[in-house]
Design a protein around this ligand. Structure first.
Ligand SMILES: [Zn+2]
Length: 309
């Protein structure tokens, strides 16, 4: 799964001996301090973002290793000449006393990048020095994404992102980064929403496509469809639960976990058909039991009531 995220800011920093040694491990030829310009960027963090997703701290550490040596590009607002900068070192930084929406300590992945001090890069360097704010977009791949509440693969359970379950916020945790492709500076988009782009399985997702168009009406329509899809998933989850419940009532031999697994594989039509059959069977069973209860006294009747609950 490919992920693209944005974070703001770049800040110039000075080049010490250690820094230079690390840069020279990556550069084609030995560079001296006067030749290089270095700056720091906030690549990504562990905050739950507006898509209800976040990287865990372990994932940030893994990304830190993957980003070393990766080149960053600058959008056309800055340059048509394809200047690049390269990350030579990363670190995890903490902001004391700041908590994420998930309730743990906030931390972010900081990347240190260098570029050559050339005529071509002069304007760019001046802009970073001036603190002109640009966002940094990163692209990476993760092996898994899971629900923060139950740990199931994202999108397969009934938990809804943004809601709380027993005090626990539901979000998607992006796990096990496998590759970091790129990082780039882009102009801050007018619509924040348009800034995030995700591509799944190599191809482009519908959502990423719509976000790229920055078409308000299309985004609204997609949002509505997503809401409806979520409702559909909740309905199916409830239906599965109900069919399992009916099966257990009808058949004492049925095992709850086995049956739960079976219902996961059935589609809506099959579930409705099973529900109908079980209800019919239960309907045939119940009147007989009730008659027995009435005839044989209060004890059976109590049992029957407990059964109905
Ligand atoms: Zn879940």
């Amino acid at each position: 799964m490919e992920i693209q995220k944005m974070r703001s800011g770049a800040a110039p920093c000075s080049v010490g001996e250690d820094e230079l040694a690390q840069i020279n491990r990556l550069s084609k030829r030995e560079l001296c301090a006067e030749e290089v310009y270095t700056f720091a960027v906030r690549l990504c963090d562990n905050e739950v973002d507006r898509d209800g997703e976040r990287f865990g701290e372990a994932a940030l550490h893994a990304l830190g290793r993957l980003f070393v040596g990766k080149s960053g590009i600058f959008d056309h607002n800055w340059s048509a000449e394809g200047q690049t900068a390269r990350i030579y070192r990363t670190e995890i930084c903490r902001e004391e006393g700041v908590l994420t929406a998930a309730g743990d300590g906030y931390c972010y992945l900081k990347g240190y990048a260098y570029m050559l001090r050339s005529e071509k890069n002069a304007d760019l360097i001046a802009e970073i020095d001036a603190g002109i704010k640009k966002e940094v977009s990163v692209g990476c791949a993760v092996a898994r994404s899971v629900c923060s509440v139950c740990g199931a693969a994202a999108g397969t359970c009934e938990h809804v992102k943004g809601r709380r379950y027993g005090g626990k916020l539901c979000y998607t945790e992006l796990c096990e980064p496998t590759d970091a492709y790129e990082w780039s500076f882009v102009a801050v988009p007018a619509q924040r929403q348009a800034g995030v782009m995700k591509r799944f399985g190599g191809g482009q997702s519908l959502k990423a496509f719509v976000e790229q168009t920055r078409d308000e009406a299309m985004l609204r329509e997609l949002c509505a469809l997503e809401g409806e899809a979520e409702m559909g998933r909740r309905y199916l989850a409830a239906l599965r639960k109900e069919v399992s419940r009916l099966a257990l009532l009808c058949d004492e031999g049925a095992q709850e976990d086995v049956f739960g697994g079976i219902t996961q594989k059935l589609d809506e039509g099959e579930l409705l058909e099973m529900k109908r059959l079980y209800e019919k069977r239960l309907g045939a069973l119940l009147p007989v039991s009730v008659q027995l209860g009435a005839r044989e006294g209060a004890r059976e009747k109590d049992a029957q009531e407990a059964f109905l609950v």
